[in-house]
Design a protein around this ligand. Structure first.
Ligand code: GLV
Ligand code: MN
Ligand code: MN
Length: 406
């Protein structure tokens, strides 16, 4: 294993220890651990001689100069935030691999022809505000009023969170104009099982599925658990349970649609009270935008009729809609060349997971590299990519950086 790869592996371990909880890995938007992770990575960027900066929302950047007249940078990177009880590779690997690919070039006496900016985004997962890409979207345009008004579980709006908890000292806006970039390339673990089945360490990505996130609230009536006969109840949690199973059935009936309810809150939340209200999240994804919209309409219809039959009122609250993104054919062709030179195979995969590349596609061509992860497991503490596969991924990225992009 080369010293560059060994350093990358030890950085994955170090970053994996930066958490808001002593018992598991969690770093959500603007948390103390998220900002500590940002500072740690800025230090690594400085070791590589990069000029560094950070935005008030906790997104960081390191700038590496190019060797030619080309001034348009290539952006590399991924996200610093994690889900709750996360693995160490989702997001972190993309930032660490970008630094390792640059180091690989430097070690062999080379440097990229164009400037390379490495980004660490403060939010991709959308855990705190249920709205994704908070770190990467501002690179293209200021966050819109609806996003800034989104609230977290404590009722704090995103605008208030940035104003009160942001990293303001020395902050600069990190923004790019459309047409000012060569592109954005992100290396990420696959989070699926195809590479494992194909026996391949890494590959290029062709497209990223669209996703919608919503909240649904059901309201009935709180009642005494001992004295209220079943036919008289308007139990919001039972209604939510039926709605959630309806969502599961719809997804099972219409592959490759996937629907997930990952969070539910119940009020009043007492074991001897009939639940008055239930609020749950929906994450709904499909690679085809028309099919995703159609599924949303059908799901709303099914849930509304369940609510009506149970005497419940239902509020359907869209939070975010993201269209599917096709990776840039020219960048992807270079990435396929680079992957083929390392793995011997030219494979392009579509991504079911969301990535910061979606947000960057608003202003520049995007491409991605996937690295095999064990059992396809992700959003789980046992998430794992082998040292050999990480080395292969770094090799693909380093090879890609030698491409004549300009
Ligand atoms: C990000 O990991 C997502 O796809 O939810
Ligand atoms: Mn993730
Ligand atoms: Mn990710």
């Amino acid at each position: 294993m080369s010293p560059v790869v060994q350093k990358a592996l030890s950085r994955i371990e170090s970053l994996g220890r930066v958490s808001d909880s002593p018992s598991h890995l969690v770093r959500t938007f603007l948390s103390s651990a998220n900002l500590r992770a940002a500072r740690l990575v800025l230090g690594w960027m400085e070791e590589l001689g990069m000029e560094t900066s950070h935005a008030a929302d906790g997104t960081i950047r390191g700038v590496f100069p190019g060797t030619t007249e080309e001034t348009r940078p290539l952006l590399l990177g991924s996200h610093l935030d994690t889900v709750i009880d996360a693995g160490r590779y989702d997001g972190a690997l993309g930032i660490i691999a970008a630094l390792a690919a640059l180091e690989t070039m430097v070690e062999s006496g080379g440097a990229p022809a164009f400037p390379v900016h490495v980004l660490g985004f403060s939010d991709e997962e959308g855990i705190r505000f249920q709205t994704t890409y908070l770190g990467s979207r501002p690179l293209a345009a200021p966050l819109d009023a609806a996003s800034l008004a989104a609230t977290d579980a404590d009722g704090i709006t995103l605008a208030e969170a940035i104003a009160r908890e942001g990293w303001h000292e020395g902050a600069v806006p990190i923004r790019y104009e459309p047409g000012s970039l060569l592109g954005y390339v992100e290396l990420h673990i696959e989070q699926g099982r195809v590479l494992e089945e194909e026996g391949l360490a890494a590959c290029a990505v062709t497209a990223i599925a669209g996703q919608s996130r919503l909240r649904v609230s059901l309201t009935g009536r709180a009642d005494h658990a001992g004295t209220t006969p079943m036919p008289l109840r308007r139990d919001a949690l039972c209604g939510a349970a039926e709605c959630i199973l309806a969502a599961e059935s719809l997804a099972r009936e219409t592959p490759p649609l996937v629907v997930t309810v990952g969070r539910i809150e119940v009020h009043p939340g007492a074991s001897n009270s009939v639940p008055q209200s239930a609020l749950f999240t929906i994450d709904l994804r499909h690679p085809d935008d028309a099919a995703r919209t159609d599924a949303l309409t059908r799901l709303e219809h099914r849930m509304r009729s369940i609510a009506t039959n149970r005497g419940l009122s239902l509020q359907w609250m869209p939070v975010q809609d993201g269209n599917a993104v096709v990776c840039d054919p020219a960048l992807t062709s270079r990435l396929l060349d680079a992957a083929e030179s390392v793995t011997g195979t030219r494979l392009g995969l579509a991504s079911g997971a969301g990535h910061d590349a979606v947000a960057l596609s608003a202003i520049c061509p995007v491409g991605m590299i996937f690295v095999r992860c064990r059992g396809g497991l992700s959003h789980h503490p046992d998430e794992h990519a082998s040292p050999e596969d990480i080395a292969a991924g770094i090799g693909v990225l380093a090879r890609f950086l030698q491409s004549p992009l300009c």
